[in-house]
Design a protein around this ligand. Structure first.
Ligand SMILES: *Cc1c(COP(=O)(O)O)cnc(C)c1O
Length: 385
């Protein structure tokens, strides 16, 4: 690790492995070779840094970038004038013209927004219509009324570039519920086509559904798999993109019977207890629920987290790791040249999914972009790609 980057920031950093990201996109494309790939960069690219990964994704074959909000879209737009960007989530009617002015595609998923568009179709952005086939979150239900509303949009020359739905259970082994959603989507597409509406991009596959290889249509949407996390058993060969690292800032002996951290939830059991302090905590996204439950890799050995995780620090037990020393790099999750600690291990401990762990890694943690043994800040990487 080049210290010129680190010394100026913090002895805690997330390494983002660009070759792994590129590998994952290439792998995903082999599962949907005839579909355009939309790479989902919402939530700061699942914590990885959307600005940095936007141009990497486009160069690695992504045809479109997906975000959740207009704010996220505008941030990418400010750096990349020509990137095709689709907002997958809700955009309020008052902001539709701002989206149009910035050439940002908008998801249309509620009657209120559709009515607003129909009132002033000449200022409409390009749209992708969201269909609710069973997720019951956003989208138009598959019925006659909605066929009519969508047909009306087309009649008023609103550019319906895409139509899509989202699966609730594509990550499960049993794909029957997904097949049911898909069949409903296909029959709605047929009905629309009979009315002369056939958008260029038809999409329903998220990461898990891409690996099932029967939901592709003309576009697929990859989120978590792009970041190297397997969404289902069928996903093999992905490489994790983010690793979280920190340096030990203090090591000391804790006398027998003394407690560690707030509330003394860990008590030294003997006089050989050695505790190492790391300079990050729950404000960085290392959730307090992991206290006394997670572990980290010190060299190639496991060190358990001891005591409550604080806002800006946490402690690990290195009693059995004689080589542990101040300044040493510790792996919090991900991989380094000594070993690996999958993010799914942390999510399982606290009963959540890897998505939430990755998204939670706060912007206070510097992201270091690694590409071919060189290291870049976000700004530097944007210039590289
Ligand atoms: C977030 C999101 C995705 C990506 O899902 P993954 O499971 O991360 O691949 C795809 N489509 C929509 C509509 C989303 O909101």
């Amino acid at each position: 690790m080049q210290d010129f980057v680190l010394d100026s920031i913090r002895p805690v950093w997330a390494t983002i492995h660009i070759p792994n990201f590129i590998h994952n996109l290439a792998l995903l494309r082999t599962f949907a070779p005839n579909s355009a790939l939309l790479v989902v960069l919402k939530a700061n690219a699942y914590g990885h840094g959307a600005n940095a990964l936007a141009s990497v994704a486009l160069q690695a074959g992504a045809k479109m970038l997906g975000v959740a909000t207009l704010q996220e879209a505008l941030e990418i737009r400010s750096l990349f004038a020509n990137a095709p960007i689709l907002i997958l989530g809700y955009t309020q009617p008052a902001l539709l013209s701002l989206a149009a002015d910035n050439n940002i595609r908008v998801c249309i998923a509620t009657h209120e927004v559709a009515q607003a568009l129909l009132q002033s179709p000449q200022t409409a952005p390009k749209v992708h219509i969201k269909i609710d086939t069973g997720m019951h979150r956003i989208g138009f239900e598959c019925n006659e009324e909605n066929l009519e509303i969508i047909t009306e949009m087309a009649r008023k020359k609103i550019h319906i570039e895409g139509i899509f739905t989202h699966f609730a259970r594509a990550d499960e082994e049993n794909l029957v519920p997904t097949d049911t959603q898909h069949a409903l989507f296909v029959s709605f597409l047929d009905a629309l086509k009979a009315r002369g509406v056939a958008p260029r991009y038809v999409h329903c596959a998220n990461s898990a559904a891409i690996f099932a290889q029967r939901y592709a249509h003309t576009m697929v949407r990859a989120g978590i798999a792009a970041y190297g996390i397997a969404p289902c058993a069928l996903a093999q060969g992905l490489l994790p993109v983010m690793s979280l690292h920190a340096r030990i800032i203090r090591i000391h002996h804790v006398p027998k019977g003394e407690g560690v951290s707030y509330g003394a939830k860990f008590i030294a059991q003997d006089n050989y207890c050695r505790v190492a302090t790391l300079p990050f905590g729950y404000a960085d996204g290392y959730m307090r629920l992991l206290s006394n439950r997670a572990s980290m890799l010190v060299g190639n050995e496991r060190a358990p987290v001891v005591g409550n995780i604080c806002m800006d620090q946490c402690m690990i037990d290195v009693s059995n790791i004689t080589s542990a020393h101040v300044g040493q790099d510790v792996l919090v999750f991900g991989q380094n040249n000594m070993g690996a600690l999958p993010v799914s291990e942390l999510s399982e401990i606290i009963g959540t999914i890897p998505y939430e762990i990755l998204c939670a890694i706060s912007t206070r943690i510097p992201r270091i972009y690694a590409n071919n043994n060189r290291f870049y800040t976000e700004e530097q990487l944007c210039k590289q790609f």
